[in-house]
Design a protein around this ligand. Structure first.
Ligand SMILES: Cc1cc2nc3c(=O)[nH]c(=O)nc-3n(C[C@H](O)[C@H](O)[C@H](O)COP(=O)(O)OP(=O)(O)OC[C@H]3O[C@@H](n4cnc5c(N)ncnc54)[C@H](O)[C@@H]3O)c2cc1C
Length: 382
């Protein structure tokens, strides 16, 4: 019997785990192909440490080509078109046919959504942006720091808050905090609102204890040199602007007709199946509605667990067994606070009527846990 071909779109968190897990179960028995326009995998949580010059870019990236030594084919190319009828993915290098398709293309950053963003904001969500921010922070001698969350949804709901706390820590260390102001602007009513009001209020309290301003329900409409202009006419000045750009589904999945009402790919919340046979979608590119009507947050931890489920179920199908793995909506995240401390929140997001999320007392232990996780991640999957 001819070997089946499983194509994984994206070598980010979901794609990397999916292809490794499939290789563990089916290596040698199937053709495994991963396609990404980037030649390297970036461990995004460490962008926050890069921002403070605690990491070098090469320390938080791995070449996807390393997967070839495991027998996985890596195609470094732009994915231009997904033909779901013919089961072919068109890339800038070649056309690739598939029997099973796993889409893990993440969220596309859209800095153009707010005029002036590209010119004025340091984009923390890219390697290049975080490195430029690091250099700007080194040269910063105090003033108004603004952290702007352009819109919802955005990946890692904790990251902007962690960046505020880490910058506060950094400025204190350099004796610049007394001549600096830090403000967060977001259209959210509370930090990490999907995690519930107890977690949101706990983070608000931590921000307040560090003198960081939290400005909820604010929507920026444009940025003009050193001012953010908000809906309703309010204006806030800044000397250093850290921006979380708007997110949208990658054009290629929109063109393929995969995107639903939410603007993301609708999937079965347990199996991650799309409405197309043998086509799965995982991670940030999906839109999964929770029992309370909110969407499952975009986080690597979910992309990771979803990838494990999909790999198990594709394996079962190919080996003639019943696919039984189910993604249960559980996840966790660290919250970096500076001073070598982290918080740790874990939750069950499929709980009804609302997600149940608990936060452990912040401490050194969780910070060490985050460091260990970074090392583990870059070792485990390559
Ligand atoms: C600063 C920061 C901190 C974070 N911290 C955490 C954290 O502590 N915990 C956590 O759980 N999550 C965290 N996240 C979020 C996490 O990184 C994402 O949720 C996760 O990467 C999503 O995985 P994914 O596979 O869906 O997409 P991604 O990891 O974004 O991968 C998508 C891949 O698809 C490729 N791609 C897209 N379009 C195309 C195309 N047309 N052609 C070819 N290739 C394409 C991209 O190059 C990319 O490699 C953080 C994110 C950031 C930015």
């Amino acid at each position: 019997m001819a070997k089946k071909t499983i194509v994984i779109l994206g070598g980010g968190v979901g794609g990397l785990v999916a292809v490794n897990e499939l290789n563990k179960y089916l290596g040698g028995k199937t053709n495994l192909i991963v396609i990404d326009k980037s030649s390297r995998h970036i461990f995004a949580p460490s962008l926050l440490w890069l921002m403070l010059d605690l990491r070098k870019p090469e320390g938080i990236c791995k070449e996807l080509g390393l997967l070839e030594s495991k027998g996985i084919r890596v195609i470094n190319a732009d994915i231009n078109r997904i033909d779901l009828e013919k089961k072919i993915v068109n890339t800038s290098k070649e056309d690739v046919g598939y029997d099973y398709l796993v889409i893990s293309l993440g969220a596309e950053l859209n800095p153009d959504a707010i005029p002036g963003f590209k010119e004025s904001a340091y984009n923390l969500y890219t390697l290049e942006g975080a490195a430029k921010l690091r250099d700007a922070l080194k040269g910063f001698s105090g003033g108004k720091v603004a952290i702007l969350i352009s819109s919802m949804p955005y990946k890692c709901p904790a990251a902007p808050y962690e960046s505020a706390l880490l910058i506060d820590y950094y400025l204190r260390k350099r004796n610049l905090r007394n001549v600096s102001d830090i403000q967060i602007y977001t259209s959210e009513p509370l930090p990490m609102p999907t995690a519930g009001s107890a977690i949101g209020n706990a983070i608000k309290d931590i921000l307040a204890s560090r003198g960081i301003g939290f400005n909820p329900n604010t929507k920026a409409i444009s940025i003009n040199k050193e001012q953010i202009i908000f809906e309703g006419g309010k204006i806030h000045g800044f000397d250093l602007l850290i921006g979380i750009p708007a997110h949208k589904a990658p054009q290629v999945v929109k063109d393929a007709g995969l995107v639903g009402e939410s603007g993301w790919i609708p999937v079965d919340k347990g199996t991650l199946k799309t409405r197309y046979e043998n086509v799965y979608a995982i991670g940030d590119v999906t839109g999964i509605k929770l029992a309370n009507g909110k969407m499952l947050p975009n986080a690597g931890v979910f992309a990771h667990y979803q990838a494990e489920v999909v790999a198990k179920n594709i394996t079962s199908e190919i080996t003639g067994n019943k696919p039984e793995a189910i993604f249960n909506g559980k996840g966790y995240c660290f919250l970096e606070l500076g001073y070598g401390k982290s918080g740790f929140a874990s939750g069950h997001f499929y709980a009804e009527p609302d997600p149940v999320v608990n936060m452990k007392k912040p401490g050194f232990f969780w910070h060490l846990g985050k460091i260990a996780f970074e090392k583990y991640w870059l070792w485990k999957w390559f």
